[in-house]
Write a protein that binds this ligand. Structure first.
Ligand code: CUA
Length: 380
């Protein structure tokens, strides 16, 4: 009786697990590898589908054989059936057939590796540096001297070489609809070839367990038409509107300078800011590394033109006033375990901000947009 019940519970769980896994195959899902938007993802999908159908064929033959033999040779009497142990013909057959299947699968696999792992010419490609941090992504454009975080902007139909590394532990860079994943390893550079066919918004995810907030370490890729991409570059070099004296935004700016600017930079539109930010990020890291438990300073996302960001908390929530207030008030309410909450002095009991001050900082951050009236919005 009990074993029967266990069996039915087990079957139900297995069925749900199967349905759950199959839901992941839905191309509508934001991280589905079946809805490809670039040649790299397309090549990888094709290898998968090719292997999948061969596996389906093998499955049908083997399972069909088992079912047929089960019924065809059911025990009818006590006579021992003829034994095939050591049958040379059969042994050769079931060694050679799988070997041939492996060779058949190896050909497109090796060709795909060749096409996706050999980097395009650096001169004709956009170079981006992606750095993993616990638990967010830093994106740098060394030629354009632009630095940003958690939202990677790319032009459509352009070869991109992403130089991938990490500052702390091993992470993994993955934009399922555009390309496969690759590890972000400290003190080591990995290269990833990206090429996006269609403008749009794509989801990225850290795909290597990297600590308590691993699952919420996300990013977005925003692919623009060439024209919009140039506009974005221009905007990244345009300062935001000056906050007017006496406004909540201006109070927020002062609070930001006093409480947040040791870790967050928000003025990368300035000339030379790119190299300064690189140095600052390194010294923040050194400070934290040498003083882990007590450090007030940690590596943190660049917040230049934060008002134009789609998300906050590394791709976690929509970037709007309410979410931002919640986030600044208590990052743990959205994402437990961030270094901001654990180390920034404003969260240490004697140094808390009032609700009004939190609101002022939120208003200031949302006001950080290029001051050009005709700026494009990226909320599509
Ligand atoms: Cu970073 Cu998982």
């Amino acid at each position: 009786m009990i074993t029967k019940r266990i069996k039915s519970v087990f079957s139900a769980v297995a069925l749900f697990a199967l349905l759950f896994v199959m839901m992941g195959c839905n191309p509508e899902s934001p991280q589905s590898t079946f809805d490809t938007h670039g040649p790299v993802a397309e090549i990888q999908k094709n290898v998968f589908m090719f292997t999948f159908w061969i596996a389906v064929f093998v499955f049908i033959i083997v399972e069909g054989g088992i079912i047929y033999l089960t019924f065809r040779f059911r025990k009818k009497d006590d006579k021992l059936p003829s034994q095939i142990h050591g049958n040379l013909k059969l042994e050769i057959m079931w060694t050679v057939i799988p070997a041939i299947i492996v060779v058949i699968i190896a050909v497109p696999t090796i060709m795909a590796l060749w096409k996706t792992q050999v980097m395009p010419n650096e001169e004709d490609s956009l170079i981006v540096e992606a750095v993993g941090h616990q638990w967010w992504f830093e994106f740098k454009y060394p030629t354009e001297e632009i630095v940003t975080a958690n939202e990677l902007h790319l032009p459509e139909d352009k070869d991109v070489i992403v130089k991938i590394t990490s500052q702390d532990v091993i992470h993994s860079f993955w934009v399922p609809k555009i390309a496969g994943k690759i590890d972000m390893v400290p003190l080591h550079e990995n290269l990833l070839y990206l090429h996006a066919d269609t403008p749009g918004l794509y989801y990225g995810q850290c795909a290597e367990f990297c600590g308590i907030v691993h699952a919420l370490m996300r990013f977005r890729v925003i692919v623009h038409s060439e024209e919009d991409y140039q506009k974005w570059l221009e905007e990244m070099r345009t300062p935001p509107m000056k906050t007017a004296n006496g406004t909540p935004e201006d109070e927020g700016r002062k609070l930001f300078v006093g409480n947040c600017s040791m870790c967050h930079t928000a003025d990368s539109y300035k000339k030379g800011a790119y190299h300064k930010e690189k140095e600052a990020q390194n010294s923040r890291w050194e400070e934290w590394k040498n003083n882990k438990e007590e450090s007030d300073i940690v590596s943190a996302p660049n917040l230049t033109h934060f008002g134009n960001r789609i998300t906050l908390g590394a791709g976690l929530k929509e970037n709007n006033y309410d979410n931002l207030v919640k986030w600044i008030e208590n990052p743990d309410s959205l994402k437990i375990g961030t270094r901001m909450k654990n180390h920034a002095s404003i969260y240490k009991s004697d140094n808390n901000l009032t609700s009004e001050q939190v609101e002022q900082i939120a208003k200031y951050l949302l006001s950080l947009k290029p001051s050009n009236e005709n700026m494009a919005t990226y909320n599509n």
